[in-house]
Design a binder for this molecule. Structure first.
Ligand code: UD1
Ligand code: CA
Length: 460
């Protein structure tokens, strides 16, 4: 079996992004540019991925972790120079090298596999992935002879008028036979308008040694789009976003308004679920079947069951069961686990709380660090007072409890099952099972006070 290493060039700064962040860490639908490229490489079945890093390399390495092996390019002296940093590694570990740029997130694994197969089948020393575009400005041009054989690549800045009029461009993606690549890399110079070591020059050098070079010309020019500025970032975002939405629609999900719906790549959604306009679904979210998400749901890394409705609400890193209703305007914060047939209504905030089946928390309530049983009713305006100024404390409410409106549950505290709490109570001590707790001052009536004080507000 031939061994293949994928090199991802990611040492450049990406000046045109005008950013503090390295270019390849800018994100599209939840994933960094370099991560998209890396995932296509993995999807193509390639396991040995190497990143050439330089500008803010610590940040890039921290983000990508052990998905890549790293080689450091201290000064960015050109794409050829970047590849030179890996010579020792590719020499010992590969027969073929696939070279990609970290800023081309739209590349598909099929295309990579086609390129690899073609190099092997045709016994090329190198293959360039190319495409034809209407506006080739900025790209290297593919120069061919009268028989359509590739002769060389000329960079825009080194091209004459004739060459500039060529529409076939270099994608910056190649597959090389490792031995040949190393042989010519050692002789690469930087005699060009940018005084850079151009990887593109290796093509002409190989041909001069009578080594066969080919091209894979693809029709889908989007795939090779390189992201250099924020405008291109938004164009690529649009393309990827539509791809993801199409995939869900093909799998039986209704998306009412694709224009205003954003779904990250790793999100899973069951059939017959409807996504209403204005919804953003991120991270590793998993949604079941027959649920209605949105309008305006903002859901991150959350598991949602079947037949559940999430209306105008934000949910982060939590779990919601089946047949439950959330919102409008609820905020469910991390580590919350909401059961089945639960109602969480308007202006309710839940944090790190477990809520049992059939419980209702219908309006204007905060519940944090609590464990709420089954079939509990929490009235309007209840506050779980979980923070004493120093630490967060726990509250437990048993099954079938009834917490009256405007109750404060001062944590740590336990309300046992089947008990009632009268509206307006501030509960600081355990409430036993089957009891009623009233913790508010008694009402006082002062007879005739209004007339005596001349305080009447009527028209007399
Ligand atoms: C390169 C190609 C050009 C091609 C275009 C496709 C060369 C000389 N030119 O041009 O033919 O049409 O890509 O997008 O290769 N990088 C490093 N170290 C360096 C320089 C660059 O790691 O010293 C990395 C960058 O981070 C980037 C990639 O290589 O991910 C491409 O570099 P860039 O400067 O964008 O090359 P282009 O000028 O676009
Ligand atoms: Ca580029």
């Amino acid at each position: 079996m031939d061994k293949l290493v994928a090199l991802l060039l990611a040492a450049g700064e990406g000046k045109r992004m005008k950013s503090k962040k390295p270019k390849v860490l800018h994100k599209i639908m939840g994933k960094a540019l370099l991560e998209w490229v890396c995932e296509s490489v993995l999807e193509a079945g390639i396991r040995d991925c190497v990143g050439v890093v330089g500008h803010k390399s610590e940040e890039v390495e921290k983000y990508m972790g052990n998905r890549l092996k790293y080689f450091y390019q201290k000064e960015q002296l050109g794409t050829g120079h970047a590849v030179m940093q890996t010579i020792d590694y590719i020499k010992d570990n590969s027969d073929y090298v696939l070279i990609l740029c970290g800023d081309t997130p739209l590349i598909k694994s099929d295309t990579l596999n086609k390129a690899i197969d073609k190099v092997k089948n045709k016994d090329f020393g190198a293959l360039i992935i190319t495409t034809t575009v209407n506006n080739p400005k900025g790209y290297g041009r593919i120069i061919r002879d009268n028989n359509q054989n590739v002769l060389k690549i000329v960079e825009e800045k080194d091209a004459n008028e004739n060459e500039k009029s060529i529409n076939e461009i270099n994608s910056g993606m190649y597959c090389f036979k490792t031995d040949y690549l190393i042989e010519v890399l050692r002789n690469l110079d930087n005699n060009n308008s940018q005084s850079e070591y151009y990887l593109t020059d290796t093509i002409e050098m190989l041909l001069k040694k009578d080594i066969k070079v080919g091209a894979l010309k693809i029709n889908e020019s989007n795939e090779i789009m390189g992201i250099n500025d924020r405008k291109q970032l938004s164009i690529a975002t649009q393309i990827i976003k539509e791809d993801i939405l199409s995939h869900h629609m093909e799998n039986g999900v209704t998306i009412i308004d694709p224009k205003t719906t954003f779904i990250d790549k790793d999100v899973k959604i069951g059939i017959d679920t409807t996504i209403m306009p204005g919804s953003i679904i991120q991270g590793n979210t998993i949604i079941g079947e027959d649920s209605i998400i949105g309008p305006n749901a903002n859901i991150t890394s959350t598991e949602i069951g079947d037949f559940t409705k999430i209306n105008n609400s934000t949910i982060v890193e939590s779990k919601i069961g089946n047949f439950s209703n959330v919102g409008p305007y609820a905020y469910i914060r991390p580590k919350s686990v909401v059961g089945n047939n639960v109602k969480i209504g308007d202006f309710v905030e839940i944090k790190a709380t477990v809520i049992g089946d059939k419980t209702k928390i219908s309006h204007l309530t905060y519940v944090g660090d609590a464990q709420i049983g089954k079939n509990v009713n929490i009235g309007c305006g209840v506050v779980v007072v979980n923070y004493d100024g120093k630490k967060k404390n726990k509250t437990i409410v048993g099954d079938n409890a009834f917490i009256g409106c405007n109750t404060n549950l001062v944590s740590p505290v336990e309300v046992k099952s089947n008990s009632y709490i009268a509206a307006g109570s501030t509960i600081t001590k355990e409430v036993p099972e089957n009891s009623l707790a009233i913790a508010r001052s008694k009402q006082t009536i002062i007879d005739g006070w209004v007339k005596r004080k001349g305080m009447s507000r009527g028209i007399d």
